[in-house]
Design a protein around this ligand. Sequence first.
Ligand SMILES: Nc1nc2c(c(=O)[nH]1)N[C@@H](CN(C=O)c1ccc(C(=O)N[C@@H](CCC(=O)O)C(=O)O)cc1)CN2
Ligand SMILES: NCC(=O)N[C@@H]1O[C@H](COP(=O)([O-])[O-])[C@@H](O)[C@H]1O
Length: 212
Amino acid sequence: MKRIVVLISGSGTNMQAIVEACKAGRIDGEVVAVISNKPGVAGLDKAERAGIHTAVLSHKDFPTRDAYDVELQKLVEEFHPDVVVLAGFMRILTAAFAEHFHGRMLNIHPSLLPKYRGINTHQRALDSGDKEHGVSVHFVTEELDGGPVILQARVPVFAGDDADDLQQRVHAQEHRIYPLVVQWLCSGRLKLTAKGAELDGTLLGPQGYAAD
Ligand SMILES: Nc1nc2c(c(=O)[nH]1)N[C@@H](CN(C=O)c1ccc(C(=O)N[C@@H](CCC(=O)O)C(=O)O)cc1)CN2
Ligand SMILES: NCC(=O)N[C@@H]1O[C@H](COP(=O)([O-])[O-])[C@@H](O)[C@H]1O
């Protein structure tokens, strides 16, 4: 049973999907802690209702990004994680933090990477007139949203959509694919090697696993 620590900054619906998958036996793991950089967010309530230890470490209490990440790394390690999951965690992590958890830290990003790294992805897709949008799960490296992509899911963009419409459509796919990838990592099927992301020993393409 792998130990999973989830980092959040907001509503925590992806964290909840992973917790539910663990409890249902679809992930060979247990979420042992949920840590937020923001106090009072709904994701903390969701975790507490699920009986999961929560902690808040506010970046506003630290003079630099490096100082924050040193403390965040100590806090995360208190729970002896096998896997660290970023689930709407809205802080850019330092190279030292990313390296410390190299190969065992995942992120979910609301775009079809490499398109739209960073934030505000739904509006950017709308502004570009994209007819397709989606979500990517990737390993976390120093390069922001640049780590090897593991799995993507696509959603259509309809005329009249606004950013909230896209967010809801993307969220539904996130809750479907993130638990899958977390299980691949927990079960040992997924590894980050010098060649990139490998699933069952097969190197994944630049946009991750392709079912067909
Ligand atoms: N070194 C890395 N850090 C992080 C990665 C990563 O791949 N490498 N993924 C992000 C998650 N993310 C998008 O998926 C993301 C989160 C936050 C930001 C950002 O610009 N944050 C600002 C603050 C924004 C805010 O508070 O609303 C900042 O940190 O100054 C961009 C992308 C997590 N970290
Ligand atoms: N750049 C990171 C980013 O924007 N991540 C996005 O934040 C949301 C968190 O929702 P949740 O808190 O309900 O899981 C998710 O849509 C995730 O893709």
